[in-house]
Design a binder for this molecule. Structure first.
Ligand code: C2E
Ligand code: MG
Ligand code: MG
Length: 410
């Protein structure tokens, strides 16, 4: 696969800091390299060609100011963030030094670095280097530069075991110069310009085509497609979806449409009409990122959803926070009491999975099970799970005690 469009190179002699920066940056879609040595850093800068550099000014074996000079000699075009435990005046003068040498300085952060600040600076860096226009995105859709990956979803059985029931389609833009772009970099533009309609049409078609293929391979899988709420204001949308299903001879019940709650409230009459007709065609509807918007309860009350997806921001916290556990458990109960299934997003650790299983969550997705993968890898993963005994137990049913599950990672 091509290089990620967002590449971060970190030089810091403390391995823990490198790991922390990596995990924050990876969550934001960066590919990351780290090192504690100046020479390795300079060669990585040439080979890896980062879009953002984080440089610790204070390292026992390397002088940060000298590294800045070497980056300037190399005509480095990455955005540069300097960090140091030194006082802010030292940081400020290092920043000016870099800028005077023609480097693209993004700012300075004092150690200990606040994660919120780091997230903000990396997010700004991503947006600052966005170099495409709506016309480019339109071309990309027409020229099929978009690709669809699949995030596996596992569901629990009555006996407490789990199996892969399907996946969620997630779009990427394989940009000819910038590399792979993540949805948060271009979906907002697509929504603002009306391009979300052809984009969703493309994703839907690719996805339903894969559904047909999986079915032909003997795999009974479903798939979810993300739908921006503004498409629910288009009365023709249900017929367009039916047409794609008919073209590939796929049943509506294999398709789930995920709608993000905060925006779904535009014109309630029209959205109700569209959602009800989709349901009548047998298509499942999920409310996505539940708990993050303001209209969640009203929507649940009015709209014919069949699945509630609990946002990763709650799920990721359950190991540390009592409040998060209460929130997640309450949302699962709410889904069940309304006759819906509950799916937890962001299951990154076994501890999280054990907890959500213990509160009877029906479905889970997350990096512990798999990252988003292509269709062939999904087929492989489904077969591996089948070969491992069709289901993976998280509970020892006979004794009622919890046993370790054998979740598979990539
Ligand atoms: P989403 O629908 O909530 O999708 C889940 C996102 O969480 C995906 O990010 C996925 O890679 C990520 N994720 C999965 N497991 C974990 C985990 O264990 N930990 C963490 N930290 N993250 C996890 P991705 O692919 O970057 O997509 C972001 C959002 O972009 C999606 O959120 C969805 O709202 C939107 N999106 C993606 N594809 C499409 C599309 O085709 N159409 C529309 N309208 N929106 C899309
Ligand atoms: Mg989704
Ligand atoms: Mg979600």
């Amino acid at each position: 696969m091509k290089k990620n469009a967002n590449r971060l190179l970190v030089i810091d002699d403390e391995a823990e800091i490198c790991n922390l920066f990596s995990s924050v940056a990876e969550q934001l879609g960066f590919e990351v390299r780290t090192t504690g040595e100046a020479d390795e850093f300079i060669s990585l800068n040439r080979d890896f060609n980062p879009t953002v550099v984080i440089l610790d000014l204070h390292m026992p074996q390397a002088d940060g100011v000298e590294v800045l000079r070497r980056l300037a000699d190399d005509k480095c075009r990455a955005g540069i963030l300097v960090v140091s435990g030194a006082d802010s005046r030292v940081l400020g003068s290092a920043e000016r030094l870099g800028a005077n040498r023609g480097l693209n300085m993004l700012g300075a952060m004092q150690k200990p670095v606040q994660l919120q600040e780091l997230r903000g600076k990396l997010g700004d860096a991503k947006l600052a280097q966005r170099k495409f226009t709506p016309a480019d995105l339109e071309q990309a859709i027409a020229k099929e530069q978009l690709l669809v990956l699949f995030l596996p979803k596992v569901a629990v059985h009555d006996n407490g075991g789990w199996s892969v029931e399907g996946s969620e389609a997630l779009v990427r833009w394989d940009h000819p110069e910038l590399g792979i772009l993540m949805p948060d970099e271009f979906i907002p533009m697509a929504e603002d310009t009306g391009l979300i309609k052809p984009l969703t049409g493309f994703v839907l078609n690719e996805t339903v085509e894969q559904l047909r293929r999986w079915h032909d391979l003997g795999l009974d899988l479903n798939v979810a497609v993300n739908v921006a709420a503004q498409l629910l204001e288009d009365l023709e949308f249900p017929d367009q979806v039916s047409k794609v299903l008919a073209q590939h001879d796929v049943e509506g019940s294999k398709l789930i449409l995920e709608i993000t709650e905060s925006a779904a409230m535009g014109d309630r009459q029209t959205s109700m009409d569209v959602l009800t007709r989709l349901r009548l065609k047998g298509i499942e509807l999920a409310i996505d990122d539940f708990g993050t918007g303001y209209s969640s309860l009203r929507q649940l009350f009015y709209m014919p959803f069949s699945e509630l997806k609990i946002d990763a921001s709650f799920v990721l916290e359950v190991a540390e926070s009592n409040e998060a556990r209460t929130m997640v458990e309450t949302m699962v109960t709410l889904a069940h009491n309304l006759g819906m299934s509950a799916c937890c997003e962001g299951v990154e650790t076994q501890e999280i999975w054990d907890f959500v299983a213990s509160i009877n969550c029906d479905k889970v997705q997350g990096f512990l099970i798999s990252r988003p993968i292509d269709s062939d890898s999904l087929v492989k993963l489904v077969r591996e799970w089948q070969d491992a005994g069709s289901t993976r137990k998280i509970f020892d049913v006979a004794s009622g005690k919890r046993s370790r599950s054998v979740a598979m990672t990539e």
